[in-house]
Design a protein around this ligand. Sequence first.
Ligand code: 5GP
Ligand code: ZN
Length: 136
Amino acid sequence: MDNCIFCKIAAGGIPSNTVYEDEIFRVILDIAPANPGHCLILPKMHAADIFELDEALVGKAAVLAKKIASAVKKAVKADGINIIQNNGAAAGQSVSHYHVHVVPRFNGDRVQLNTEGKALSDEEFAKIKEAIIAEL
Ligand code: 5GP
Ligand code: ZN
């Protein structure tokens, strides 16, 4: 993808703070971290989002996320870690190249990632449950 910034970064064409690289992935420091140590896992092959990414790579990204999360947690002495992966603008995705956020969290850091849950009726739960099951 010629116009994809993460393709260029993943390929090494644009410098980045790389903390890990193998044949499939590059892991970089986010340029605007939620907290110091915030990493992004980028597949070197372009896929806009999880729906375009090969299933085997989704699995490999998850395994790598655990490895990076463990290293980040120790490196910055984090109290917790968020692993986040946004798909689509409605979900907060701003760069259309699949990436996994590994975000170190500290007690009381006031980083806002969670919103309050919605209240659904029993009927609404039943309806949405059946709709999802029908798509699996
Ligand atoms: P999204 O909102 O798409 O899930 O996350 C995109 C992330 O990429 C943001 O956290 C943003 O700070 C980061 N980002 C955007 N452009 C660059 C860049 O050129 N270099 C790095 N290292 N991070 C970037
Ligand atoms: Zn790309």
